[in-house]
Design a binder for this molecule. Structure first.
Ligand SMILES: [Zn+2]
Ligand SMILES: [Zn+2]
Length: 483
């Protein structure tokens, strides 16, 4: 008996949590957050509580209630009986939140497999994140008491961490009666994988998220070629853009950005997704062609630092400017305070401190004094930097992120527009391309792989697959498919 159960990621974009069970093994593929479901109940200032362990997440079905899967410190605190581990591994396709977020809740002794770049991105999220739910590489043990060193009694234990059993996939992995082969694919962040899974009842292919129009498109082509050779019985295929046509390639996007930057005399302000390093590369190339410097934030700089040893063709810290945001007292860039006092502004952010002295470090003063020398990346939460930078006349704004697709994003965009109008950066240029394959490309994948069962995931329109592929199986959340 081989079975697939979909605990998320069906009839919605993301939140993939796919359980594969054979006679001897139980393996999850991805363990991500469903933005749609989480957004029904929670918002920025109404968040699940850690004090309830996984309770708040179970309350709304954000994670499935399965025994032997979740971290012991949370379960114990909730008063649940001790459980034995019942899952053999979790394989991650890539480090987007809709595929990895709930790894935080998993038991520390479940092996987690990913690419090296995915592990580094998750490390960066753990070190620089502020949500409190980012125990991806190390599990910070909560709700534990210890003996006082001085005097009698107990105290709350702090800072006790356990390293997860995180494993970088280097070759095929055999887990009892299952063989998993990971192959790199092109997506909008480094380290994305697709999987070929051989089970006693036939091969399964899982695409993860992929596209054919980034700088690494040949990886996706190679994955599809190998996957078709194996003649999969089941194809689990992402369908984000099943109803949409083509897309701008990263190269063409770069050309369009170049045209805008070339005619801009003042500061170029841009917004692109934090961890989309293909996009960062596109802007970096434009900066180099126009004699400007691309300025990124310290979280991005930290990510580039961690990825510097990984073979993923990422920009180097020497090629960019690192923007040091004002914090606490806001003293950076001022010369009327001693250096050690200025550094205290960052004492709560040890990972950030090292960039203050970096040769690529820049402050608002550097940009304000020479705006024509820079392309400044500025996301929604960084708009306040414009108050310090004061873009001069003839500056411009390039928006290189997706259009809003829910209410909260609409509201955010309206606010951003107000900021841009205030600083003379409106109207702006919208130049973006997606991280996902187009409808035609998805159809082509399905026909080439020709599976007995095609299961669409990561899409709000799974029924569209039925139009061109007869053996499409549309599954509901929590449903099990026997193969
Ligand atoms: Zn996704
Ligand atoms: Zn993704």
């Amino acid at each position: 008996m081989t079975a697939l159960t979909f605990y998320g990621g069906v009839e919605e974009i993301g939140g993939n949590k796919i359980l594969l069970q054979t006679k001897n093994s139980k393996i999850f593929f991805d363990f991500g957050m469903s933005f749609k479901r989480a957004g029904l109940y929670f918002s920025e200032f109404l968040q699940p509580r850690k004090l309830n362990g996984i309770g708040d997440f179970l309350e709304f079905g954000l994670i499935p209630d399965l025994s032997g899967l979740y971290r012991t410190d949370y379960l114990k605190h909730m008063g649940r009986k001790e459980e034995e581990r019942k899952y053999d591994a979790v394989f991650l396709t890539h480090a987007h939140a809709d595929h990895i977020s709930y790894v935080h809740h998993l038991r520390e002794d479940i092996p987690i497999y990913s690419s090296e770049a995915t592990e580094k991105i998750m490390q960066a999220l753990e070190d620089t994140g502020s949500s409190g739910f980012t125990d991806f590489i190390h599990l910070k043990v909560n709700f534990k008491l210890e003996e006082r060193k001085k005097g009698e009694g107990l105290k709350r234990m702090r800072g006790y961490k356990v390293k997860r059993d995180f494993r970088i996939i280097k070759q095929e992995i055999k887990i009892d009666d299952i063989k998993v082969t990971a192959l790199p694919v092109d997506h909008s962040l480094p380290g994305a994988l697709g999987y070929i899974i051989e089970t006693p009842d036939g091969p399964i292919v899982y695409t993860g998220d992929l596209r054919f129009h980034g700088y690494q498109r040949e990886l996706t082509e190679r994955f599809i070629e190998k996957a078709s050779r194996i003649k999969p019985k089941v194809l689990i295929i992402e369908g984000t853009r099943i109803g949409e046509k083509g897309a701008l390639s990263e190269e063409k996007l770069g050309e369009r950005v170049y045209e805008v930057v070339k005619r801009t005399k003042g500061l170029v302000v841009v917004n692109f997704p934090m961890r989309d390093l293909d996009r960062m590369k596109s802007f970096l190339k434009v900066a180099q062609r126009t004699g400007r410097r691309l300025v990124i934030n310290t979280k991005q700089a930290y990510l580039l630092k961690l990825l510097s040893g990984v073979n993923c063709d990422c920009p180097s810290l020497e090629d960019v400017g690192i923007y040091i945001q004002r914090k606490t007292w806001g003293l950076i860039g001022r010369d009327d305070f001693p250096e050690d006092i200025i550094r205290q502004d960052y004492s709560r952010y040890p990972w950030e401190l090292e960039f203050i002295d970096h040769s690529s470090a820049l402050t608002y003063r550097d940009i304000r004094n020479n705006p024509e020398h820079f392309i400044f990346r500025c996301d929604f939460f960084e708009l306040k930097e414009l108050i310090d930078i004061r873009p001069p006349r003839q500056s411009c704004y390039v928006r290189s992120v997706t259009e809003p697709f829910d209410e909260e994003m609409e509201i955010e965009k309206k606010k951003a527009d107000n900021w841009l109008k205030h600083f003379g950066l409106y109207p702006y240029e919208q130049i973006h391309c997606s991280g996902h394959a187009s409808g035609e490309e998805l159809v082509k994948i399905a026909r080439e792989l020709h599976p007995q069962i095609l299961i669409p995931v990561h899409t709000e329109h799974p029924h569209l697959f039925k139009k061109f592929y007869k053996n499409t199986r549309i599954v509901k959340e929590g449903e099990t498919v026997f193969i």
